[in-house]
Design a protein around this ligand. Structure first.
Ligand code: ADP
Ligand code: ZN
Ligand code: ZN
Length: 739
């Protein structure tokens, strides 16, 4: 008997709408289609690439609201996204209250989103006949990089993939340079996604007692979901624990997903994984071009890659045989997406592990207060590593009161002496200042005029490189430096405060015979500059390393024995309830760079607030005690994690209009939700004016997550639908920042 109703499929279309759409298909298409395949569909006047969510059961009557349209074409023979990922994405869209169609698209690399064919070719490099002539290679004496590249390619007479060369630190630029010299040639090849047996490329270290205890807890649970908080001081050997657990998983031909912070994916990290395992590693981060991203994604999705190593966005990659998820430096803010679909990779990773029935390890020397709370509730198993692995010991920390300390170039004389002594002993110094540029303020000494950004409530930062200019770090505006004060016309403009460039100047003057290496966003803009700096750091030579929080993360600097923290006072004074947590993490992480080698480390912290309780807790009792105290304070104040929160942000050209709109809707929510949702605000954002717009927000808090989400979901749909077009709104579930 013929089915009287049309055959239909339900798809996700990449538009900012919270629903799926149904389309008609033929009987044959209905038989061929599976969830997770791509189809092209007409949508409005456009054609879109949509993802099949499910086949609509044959006895469900079609909605009469819309005219049922037919799909145009099926793009895939096999599903690209497995049911787990679809479920994870649907859950994420609901939880973060973000349009489903757009969330689902985040699982696909751009080229597949654009509708390109799945089969892909990639670039492979080979030596040319010219390169085999002996004299030619002698020409490369002056370029170490090119010589190394040629040597590597030489060991692969049939050619080697560009992605593999990149993994070995050979850049595409180097290859192109060699191509110009006609020493190498490229050709396109069909990618082979077959698997190869996995092996250990080097011996594992002998686990120490604490590491052994950690392994004994985790390894027996590999077949099931379990969440772990691996809470180990810097240098305690967390990475070695990851590597040993990974081996247990890889041995069973399963795959491992390792997530690291945005700037944690350094050549050092990659090298460590490569050195240990003989297996395919797929690298997924924001720096990849579309074809490389597709290739890495396919390595994961076909099961070829044993290890998928990436930043936040790698979280939604399909991984058919997922056996373990690791999130390193789990406290890092870059795991939370701060725009659009504001998911937290840490929370979604836990849910992914639950769906995939595999363990999830969250590791950090300074766990987030949220994870601490989960550990307390028993939702995460708390594993502690309290000793440094190998011979290294924890550094000792000293606080210097800047109010009374005599200084030169912003450095106290005591600190200068210590730097001198450290360099004399042949060791390295790390100077930490979280402020790039020359000076944070330019001020007139005659009339106190200050150079402020006309579009933001913020000072311009004075930059002297590559030329003198004023730069707003909030909206990107750049202006030339006035020659005299625009207010009183006196030529008395003076930089106030310290930026990394000014400190660099001071350090070079004080220690002319030593290298000062500055590491910040400005000094590392060029590809390869960071690698160059690392190479110098690893050479055993006394030098001063100066930088922003780029230096605070996960690096191993074996020759650094003195760490100086110059100015973290802003973090001590902030009104954000999470500021103490961030500041304590930053101090502990930076301090943890000291004494990781064979020398004893020392940390000096300069501050105008030496009496601040955070500093004393850290100094006398360490981060874990700080975390315990912070949890208690949050409990008393009924703040997250003791209540659940959602932040609504809005901005508009008109300040009053914006606040009035939020107030009116706040009332609507409180009327409906009664006592179950507490509304704080609306209030102007900490930086109210940014890029010419007025920003405001309100925080919604509730002790029941279910109730909070229930009330806010309906309310939010209404608010979005009724917002005037000049007000831009966003929702942030479990917000981490209030800016
Ligand atoms: P973390 O990730 O906790 O900062 P790492 O795993 O990087 O610590 O270890 C710090 C240093 O200690 C590394 O140089 C590492 O090789 C060494 N190490 C780790 N575990 C051991 C061990 N069991 N025996 C000897 N050295 C170890
Ligand atoms: Zn003036
Ligand atoms: Zn600005």
């Amino acid at each position: 008997m013929n089915n009287p109703l049309p055959f239909r499929i339900r798809v996700a279309v990449p538009v900012p709408i919270h629903e799926y759409f149904d389309y008609e298909v033929s009987a044959q298409q209905y038989a061929d289609i599976q969830a997770g395949m791509r189809v092209t569909v007409p949508f409005g006047r456009q054609t879109c690439v949509a993802i099949v969510i499910e086949k609509v059961a044959l006895d469900v009557p079609p909605s009469t609201q819309f005219k049922l349209k037919k799909i145009i074409q099926i793009l895939d023979e096999q599903p690209l996204i497995d049911p787990h990922i679809l479920q994870l994405l649907t859950w994420s869209a609901q939880y973060y209250m973000y349009p489903l169609g757009e969330v689902i698209q985040s699982a696909l690399p751009t080229r597949l989103r654009q509708g390109h064919h799945y089969d892909c070719v990639t670039t492979q490099w080979q030596l040319t006949p010219l390169a085999h002539e002996e004299n030619t290679l002698k020409q490369l004496k002056r370029s170490e990089k090119q010589r190394l590249a040629v040597e590597y390619i030489q060991t692969h007479p049939h050619g080697v993939l560009e992605t593999e060369l990149n993994l070995h630190g050979i850049s595409t630029a180097t290859l192109k340079a060699l191509e110009k010299k006609q020493l190498v040639q490229q050709n396109e090849v069909q990618i082979d996604f077959s698997r190869k047996p996995v092996g250990l490329a080097e011996k594992q270290l002998t686990a120490n007692t604490e590491q052994l205890q950690a392994l004994e807890q985790i390894v027996p649970t590999l077949q099931n979901y379990a969440g772990y908080l691996l809470d180990g001081i810097t240098g305690s050997g967390k990475t070695e624990v990851y590597l040993q657990v990974m081996w247990q998983v890889l041995k069973q031909n399963k795959q491992v997903l390792v997530l690291v912070p945005e700037i944690g994916l350094t050549p050092q990290t990659i090298a460590r994984f490569r050195a240990r395992f003989d297996c395919h590693i797929a690298l997924l981060h924001s720096g990849l071009n579309d074809t490389k991203r597709l290739h890495a994604w396919q390595q994961a999705q076909t099961g070829q890659a044993g290890i998928i190593l990436g930043t936040r966005s790698a979280l939604y990659t399909p991984i058919p045989d997922l056996g373990l998820i690791i999130l390193d430096e789990e406290h890092d803010l870059s795991f939370k997406q701060q725009e659009g679909f504001r998911y937290h990779a840490r929370d979604v990773a836990l849910y992914r592990g639950y769906l995939a029935k595999c363990p999830v390890i969250l590791g950090s020397a300074t766990p987030s207060i949220d994870s601490f709370a989960l550990a307390k509730q028993g939702k995460l198993k708390h594993i502690m590593l309290n000793q440094r692995a190998g011979h290294a010991r924890m550094p000792k920390m000293q606080i210097l009161d800047l109010k009374i300390a005599p200084k030169q170039h912003g450095l106290s004389l005591i600190l200068i002496e210590k730097i001198k002594a450290t360099l004399q002993q042949g060791q390295q110094v790390l100077v930490f200042l979280n402020r790039r540029g020359y000076a944070p303020v330019l001020m007139c000494e005659s009339c106190a005029w200050q150079a402020n950004c006309p579009r933001c409530d913020a000072h311009f930062t004075l930059h002297t490189q590559p030329y003198q200019h004023l730069h707003c770090h909030h909206c990107g505006l750049i202006q030339t430096l006035p020659k005299q004060c625009p207010a009183c016309q006196h030529p008395t403009l003076k930089p106030i405060g310290l930026g990394t460039v000014k400190i660099e100047e001071g350090l070079k003057e004080l220690f002319p015979e030593h290298d000062v290496l500055r590491v910040d966003k400005d000094s590392t803009r060029h590809v390869g500059s960071l690698e160059k700096i690392y190479a110098q750091i690893h050479a055993e030579k006394p030098l001063i390393l100066l930088g922003t929080q780029m230096l605070a993360k996960g690096h191993h600097f074996p020759h650094v024995s003195l760490v100086a923290i110059l100015d973290i006072d802003a973090g001590l004074l902030s009104v954000d309830f999470r500021a103490p947590e961030r500041t304590a993490q930053l101090i502990t992480q930076v301090a943890g760079r000291a004494g990781r080698g064979d020398y004893h480390g020392e940390v000096i912290l300069q501050t105008l607030r030496p009496e601040h309780p955070i500093l004393h807790t850290l100094l006398e009792h360490g981060y874990r005690t700080f975390a315990e105290q912070t949890l208690k304070e949050r409990e008393t104040a009924c703040l997250p994690p003791y209540r659940y929160s959602i932040l609504i942000r809005s901005d508009a050209k008109n300040e009053q209009h914006n606040l009035a709109f939020l107030s009116q809707n706040a009332k609507l929510l409180t009327d409906n939700a009664q006592q179950s949702v507490d509304v704080w605000g609306p209030i102007p954002a900490p930086m109210q004016r940014k890029a010419g717009k007025y920003h405001a927000h309100m925080l919604l808090l509730a002790s029941s997550r279910v109730q909070l989400h229930h009330y806010v979901k309906h309310w939010w749909q209404y608010v979005r639908a009724t917002a005037p077009s000049d007000i831009r709104l966003s929702i942030d579930v479990d917000p981490q920042e209030f800016g």
